[in-house]
Design a protein around this ligand. Structure first.
Ligand SMILES: CC(C)(COP(=O)(O)OP(=O)(O)OC[C@H]1O[C@@H](n2cnc3c(N)ncnc32)[C@H](O)[C@@H]1OP(=O)(O)O)[C@@H](O)C(=O)NCCC(=O)NCCS
Length: 322
């Protein structure tokens, strides 16, 4: 009789594709399953329909009685290092009342089968930069870690976010700005007119992914990017630093970079603090420094502390076991 019962539950599930008219329902589902991340509709919209490699076939849902109970958003990107295509699970979530009934597994298997049919060999559950919600599986979502392990995924790297308490972090920039001005360096908010010069410089110095993220930040109101300029330099050497936030997540900081020729002058510290001050003025109590690289730099300059920990996981589809 057990088998019969299972069959009835399965028959109620209908596979659908996530269409934009379901944005509100999708955001609400994600909030119900992802208690650490109260995702807004704008964040979800940007992540799904704003992805540079958006593919409607890879946005999967499961319905019961017309209501969305499970969702998986995915994307395929070219890995520049190897030239191969890699599939990314950007999010997977099942409504708490429907968890542990096979909904998550059916979504994942459907996604893997679509990837295999396109000749994609690798699936990652890790930051699908430049457009990503998390660097990997947050260890606090322990059920998700167990879920991916059970489905044959292994952890290949870790990442951390840092947390900045915006009420107490030192965010004053006056002295630094005065010193930088004495060195012929101006810091200011980026404007839409800067897009070409700044974007080209970021792409040259740090790669296309950071350019994409920075342009997403530039579209926020006010533009969520600060830049450092050396007005006296030759045109292509004029931009010497940038820092951005809210490209992917509303109170997440990053990326940032300073030209190696003018490091150690306080440019990064100033740009970081200007961004965090914006967030404080917008009413946020904390900022997350996303997928943090130089932890000591952030710890020193804004009292950042290690916070969220992510496992980056992957699985090969070459065994054909999808
Ligand atoms: C991860 C998630 C999508 C799995 O969906 P699901 O429909 O419950 O998964 P399935 O029923 O297909 O598979 C269940 C298997 O996953 C693992 N699992 C799921 N939840 C678990 C939990 N709370 N504790 C331990 N293992 C868990 C187990 O291996 C389980 O198998 P079992 O029931 O035989 O022990 C769901 O738990 C969820 O929505 N979690 C919150 C969202 C999230 O963390 N997403 C990851 C960020 S991308």
């Amino acid at each position: 009789m057990k088998g019969q019962g299972e069959g009835i539950v399965e028959n109620k599930h209908t596979e659908v594709n996530l269409t934009r008219d379901r944005l509100r329902e999708l955001a609400s589902l994600l909030r119900s399953a992802l208690w650490l991340d109260m995702l807004t509709e704008a964040e979800v919209e940007g992540q799904v329909w704003g992805d540079p490699d958006f593919d409607p076939e890879l946005q999967l849902g499961v319905e019961v009685d017309g209501g969305l109970v499970g969702a998986l958003g995915g994307v395929v990107r070219q890995d520049r290092g190897t030239g191969t295509s890699v599939g990314y699970v950007k999010f997977v979530a099942v409504s708490p009342t429907y968890q542990r009934q096979g909904v998550g597994t059916s979504l994942l298997k459907r996604f893997e089968a679509l990837l295999a049919a396109r000749g994609v060999d690798t699936v990652r559950v890790s930051g699908s930069a430049p457009c990503y919600l998390w660097p990997g599986v947050d260890v606090c979502y322990t059920g998700a870690y167990c879920f991916f392990l059970k489905n044959g995924y292994t952890r290949y790297a870790d990442a951390v976010n840092l947390r900045v308490d915006l009420a107490t972090a030192p965010l004053d920039t006056e002295d630094d700005e005065r010193f930088l001005a004495s060195q012929g360096i101006v810091v200011r908010r980026m404007e839409p007119d800067d897009a070409e010069a700044v974007g080209n410089w970021i792409a040259r110095a740090f790669g296309d992914n950071w350019r994409w993220e920075t342009m997403a930040s530039l579209r926020r109101s006010p533009p969520a990017v600060f830049i450092a300029i050396q007005p006296s330099a030759a045109a292509e050497e004029r931009v010497v630093g940038f820092a951005a936030y809210a490209g992917n997540r509303r109170n997440w900081f990053g990326p940032m970079g300073t030209d190696p020729r003018v490091r150690k002058l306080g440019i990064g510290r100033t740009l970081l603090r200007l961004c965090l001050r914006d967030l404080r003025e917008q009413g946020y109590l904390e900022a997350q420094i996303s997928w943090a690289g130089p932890v000591p730099f952030y710890a020193r300059t804004v009292n950042a502390r290690m916070d969220r920990v992510f496992y980056l996981m992957h699985r090969s589809l070459k065994d054909g076991n999808t």
